[in-house]
Design a protein around this ligand. Sequence first.
Ligand code: ADP
Ligand code: MG
Length: 243
Amino acid sequence: MASALDIRGVRKCFGKGEHTVEVLKKIDIDVAPGEFLILVGPSGCGKSTLLNIIAGLEEPTEGAIHLGGRNVIGVPPAQRDIAMVFQSYALYPTMNVADNIGFALEMRKVPKAERQRRIQEVAAMLQITHLLDRRPSQLSGGQRQRVAMGRALAREPQLFLFDEPLSNLDAKLRVEMRAEIKRLHQASGITSVYVTHDQIEAMTLGSRIAVMKDGVLQQLGTPDDIYNRPANTYVATFIGSPT
Ligand code: ADP
Ligand code: MG
């Protein structure tokens, strides 16, 4: 079967001339349809840059990105059929939860009845049906994060990108939302790439894990591979010693 996402020989340099910094060095990652891939590594190793390249917010210096077999280099973000969830989930403050979830659908001229149906379905999935009339300011941090996910989910994208979505939440909520994201992925089956610097999050959420350091992919494997058969001492110590 064709891969859902194929990252091939991707390099990224920032800056010019002698000030050039290579933050991604020939990254190759293949993501199967329906897979939940974790991208883990310390702060500054290039995770967000890679995610932004997949989303089309940055262009790679070299290499190719294929989405469902289609080369998307040069294709603008809005035409990539990707939804992204960040740690800072900017909800529209003047809209209620239902309108926040439905906004992207309205922009795409999805008819009202279909929109309502999709909002209800997503709200039920995220258990926020009782919050649909509220404004973002009337929600807790965890509830806002659920709405942000609902907004992404309502679009039924072919790919989900998460950039450390839980890092602003307290420890208890983080564990709860981790389970929620896992459940959502199982329910929707949408191919996902999830960035984190948290080893425990990586080990509990991923079907496969890509470990990065200094712009280099160190190992790509199942949690079992990474834990029991680390490719090098870096992977062994990184996974073995949570920060
Ligand atoms: P991570 O998400 O793993 O913390 P990033 O992808 O944000 O890492 O950053 C990787 C490296 O690239 C860092 O050293 C960062 O300073 C640098 N970087 C990111 N974006 C830019 C940019 N627009 N211009 C210059 N350097 C950048
Ligand atoms: Mg980052």
